[in-house]
Write a protein that binds this ligand. Structure first.
Ligand SMILES: *Cc1c(COP(=O)(O)O)cnc(C)c1O
Length: 430
């Protein structure tokens, strides 16, 4: 805000009017709500000027009663839709019983949850945490402990290989190995012990692995980078390299997992099984934060009492919701739905290539759409979509991401593609 340094401070009313004037869609009621938030919430986000008051399925309603199709689904944390009745029932039932015990005691919900999640993942152990970043941090700690105690890496020398363009969260250790200057600059000093190689390049990975490498941390599809799908032979090659060098394969499936790509895990799409799954986002059903590291006893079993923990991790409310989420995925119906609707979405989007769209990527009900930068920024497209009743979010300048809840109606999905087509047509006539 260097350009306003010398200006007099604006009154709350002026701010509300300025926000209203700047954001074509925001009514005075929305402007007021936005101003209250801006006044006292840290400005670490740049939201679209819409104020959501309610959500039902794939749709949300703003404070003025206007409806929007939610094509972001809270970055895939709302895969099963807003106010999902099955998940709300599970949460409500548990709210009336007990919600937090801490892990100082046992609770009767954690056992059934970890049993079901382990079974879904084909593994035998679960480390329950809350947020995605915590699952990533936990995976890093587990991999280092495994490296020293099982692999025999000399103390303090473990290295973990990460990918260019990665997004794994916002903690100081995690931003230490980000190559996004916005995420990283000004937050050092950074945690050592990470090496970066280009995403999708198995040869570069092979060259980076040495005797002290304990893990390779990879998103099977990079979400924040713009839904970047690696070559089909990449993840199998990562698996082979990890096997050959006694290195753990850690798949960050926090955004790609739990149905989004048309499979339970994005790794399933190429028949790969990692040593550790990192899960979050949708695991909490859009109700409470629930994350987990899932693996086998030979790896997760390295943790001893007192070495790692979380006050809220594995709490009975989270466990009840998480178990209901796993239950919804157990039949495979939602994964199949995401696959079928995904085909429909991608067929629709492909038709826009050459008409304001440069490229479309993705898998299942998950698409990264590169807008022709000569036409508009991703942000501008998202603002115009919002005016038409569709919520989506830009990433990295000219890419917009479409990831509606899997429960979305096929006709609503078609409508969403039509809105994007209409916005692009309007922009080309501008
Ligand atoms: C969102 C995300 C995270 C971080 O999850 P938070 O709950 O925001 O901490 C980590 N990895 C990936 C791939 C993500 O998409």
């Amino acid at each position: 805000m260097t350009d306003t340094e010398t200006a007099a401070p604006e009154s709350a009313e002026t701010v509300a009017h300025r926000i209203h004037a700047e954001s074509k869609a925001a009514t005075p009621r929305q402007a007021e709500a936005i101003e209250r938030e801006e006044a006292h919430a840290a400005h670490n986000y740049h939201p679209l000027p819409v104020v959501v008051a309610e959500g039902d399925g794939a749709w949300v309603t703003d404070v003025d009663g206007r409806r929007y199709l939610d094509c972001l689904a809270a970055y895939s944390a709302v895969n099963f839709g807003h106010s999902n009745p099955v998940l709300l029932d599970a949460a409500r039932a548990q709210l009336d019983r007990v919600t937090l015990t801490s892990r100082a005691f046992h609770n009767d919900q954690l056992g059934p949850f970890v049993e079901a999640l382990a079974q879904l993942a084909g593994k035998d152990m679960v480390l329950p945490m809350n947020t995605g970043a915590e699952a990533v941090e936990s995976g890093i700690k587990v991999a280092r402990a495994w490296g020293y105690r099982v692999k025999g890496v000399p103390d303090g020398l473990a290295n973990i290989i990460v990918m260019s363009g990665n997004f794994h969260g916002r903690t100081t250790t995690i931003v230490s190995f980000s190559d996004d200057p916005t995420a990283r600059d000004g937050f050092g000093p950074f945690t050592p012990g990470f090496r970066m190689v280009p995403y999708g390049d198995a040869e570069a990975l092979a060259a980076a692995i040495d005797e002290n490498t304990v893990a390779v941390l990879v998103e099977p599809i990079q979400g924040e980078a713009g839904i970047v799908v690696p070559p089909a032979d990449y993840l199998p090659a990562v698996r082979r390299l990890c096997d050959d060098n006694n290195v753990l394969f850690i798949a960050d499936e926090i955004q790609s997992g739990l149905g989004r790509t048309g499979a339970t895990f994005a790794c399933d799409l190429v028949g790969v099984v990692p040593d550790l799954y990192l899960l979050g986002k949708a695991l909490g059903g859009g109700i409470v934060p629930v994350s987990a590291v899932v693996g086998n006893k030979d790896v997760l079993g390295v943790l001893q009492p007192g070495e790692h923990g979380s006050t809220f991790g594995g709490n009975p409310l989270a466990a009840a919701v998480g178990r209901a989420v796993v239950g919804m995925l157990a039949t495979g119906e939602l994964q199949e739905r995401a696959q079928l609707l995904g085909q429909r979405l991608h067929t629709g989007l492909e038709r826009l290539v050459g008409h304001g769209v440069v490229a479309v990527r993705g898998a299942g009900l998950w698409a990264g759409v590169d807008i022709d930068p000569a036409l508009a920024t991703g942000r501008e497209v998202c603002e115009l979509l919002m005016e038409r009743g569709l919520l989506a979010k830009d990433t990295h300048g000219s890419t917009i991401r479409l990831a509606p809840p899997i429960v979305v109606d096929p006709s609503d999905l078609d409508w969403a593609v039509d809105q994007l087509a209409a916005v692009l047509e309007d922009l080309s006539e501008r």
